[in-house]
Ligand binder design. Structure first.
Ligand code: F6P
Length: 343
């Protein structure tokens, strides 16, 4: 049997661990061969591919961030119009089944192919941890570790200068990274997209700290956070050519607003793509490897329209339909728990 693998959408630490596990499992358990398509769906449509061998080179990519295959984004319309091209490219390459590694958008694409008779198994990835069907996506733990390390470092400089420091982390539609990094790093307030914030409440929490004799504050802000209606002026971003949300620097805007309202010295740090780069944590390597092994086995068995997912301790197969159409947002109770530590 011949399997194909591709990585699509924003990269994240652990993609190479999945690729390695797919290639090794395909080879050692089944004697299957594997081909990798370059730059996600674009490479599949343009028939840019290379054979991946179970050799020393593939063995060493476990620690490597990014993706050796490259990744890319494709407009959904171009993708849909390319169905025949994809089908004939896969037939020409002798590919029996495809393993598509990506976030919600990629899994939607995988479902579309599967609905149209092309065998596909999905592997959920994203640092945002917002794929609905699984407890965790790999990449998230690494992003949280990077953001937590940044917050740890901000504490000492904030305290030395009697400042409020704001750290803006990724999280387009959901606040998982902000919630976890804010809690792990002991931030004094965290704002997430799911819970529109009142700037007056944020200022009050900071003032309370200073009144109690503390001389600094750390605020963790998800990039997609928005003020509650009528509480503060803010022009939300638009959408890019792929229909993805763009941002207008909410961290910076919150910083200026706090400075204007309280007079405190405020600075903002935007972590950006630092959270997505570099070597995956041990947790992400293990999760990504388990996903890769199970995806290779499922593809070899002839499963299609399915996605590997973590449920509790176990890796299970779920319908791709469960993984798309709805994001896994932070439940209100989790935010209420975080709130107990604000101020
Ligand atoms: O979806 C993952 C993510 O890292 C988001 O947190 C972030 O908003 C987005 O990708 C950034 O994407 P780009 O690579 O287009 O800058």
């Amino acid at each position: 049997m011949r399997l194909a693998v591709l990585t699509s959408g924003g990269d994240c630490p652990g993609l190479n661990a999945v690729i390695r596990a797919v290639v090794r499992t395909a080879s050692t358990e089944f004697g299957d061969t594997v081909v990798g398509y370059e730059d996600g769906w674009v490479g599949l449509m343009d028939d840019r591919r290379r054979d991946l061998y179970d050799d020393a080179e593939i063995d060493r990519i476990l620690l490597r961030g990014g993706t050796i295959l490259g990744t890319g984004r494709l407009h959904p319309d171009r993708f849909k119009n390319g169905l025949d091209q994809i089908r004939s490219n896969m037939e020409d390459a002798g590919v029996d089944a495809l393993i598509a590694i990506g976030g919600e958008g990629t899994l939607k694409g995988a479902k579309f192919l599967s609905d149209n008779g092309i065998p596909v198994v999905g592997v959920p990835k994203t640092i945002d941890n917002d794929v609905n069907a699984t407890d965790y996506t790999f990449g998230f733990d690494t992003a949280v570790s990077v953001a937590t390390d940044a917050i740890d470092r901000l504490h000492t400089t904030a305290e030395s200068h009697n400042r409020i420091l704001i750290v803006e982390v990724m999280g387009r539609h959901v606040g998982w990274i902000a919630l976890h990094a804010g809690m792990a790093g002991g931030a004094h307030y965290t704002v997430i997209p799911e819970e529109p914030f009142d700037i007056a409440d944020v200022c009050k929490a900071m003032e309370r700290r200073f009144q109690m004799g503390e001389k600094y504050g750390i605020i963790c802000v998800a990039e997609g956070a928005l003020p509650a209606e009528g509480t503060m002026d803010f022009e939300a971003g638009g959408v890019d050519q792929y229909g993805h949300q763009t941002f207008n620097g909410i961290g910076q805007v919150i910083g200026s607003e706090i400075k204007n309202r309280t007079g405190y010295d405020v600075r903002t740090t935007v972590l950006g793509h630092i959270q997505r780069g570099g070597t995956p944590t041990a947790y992400d390597r293990v999760l990504a490897t388990r996903y890769g092994v199970h995806a290779a086995r499922a593809a070899h068995r002839g499963e299609s329209g399915k996605c590997v997912a973590l449920h509790g301790e176990n890796i299970e197969l779920v319908d791709l339909a469960e993984a798309v159409g709805k994001l896994k947002t932070v439940p209100q109770g989790r935010y209420t728990t975080a709130r107990a530590l604000f101020g």
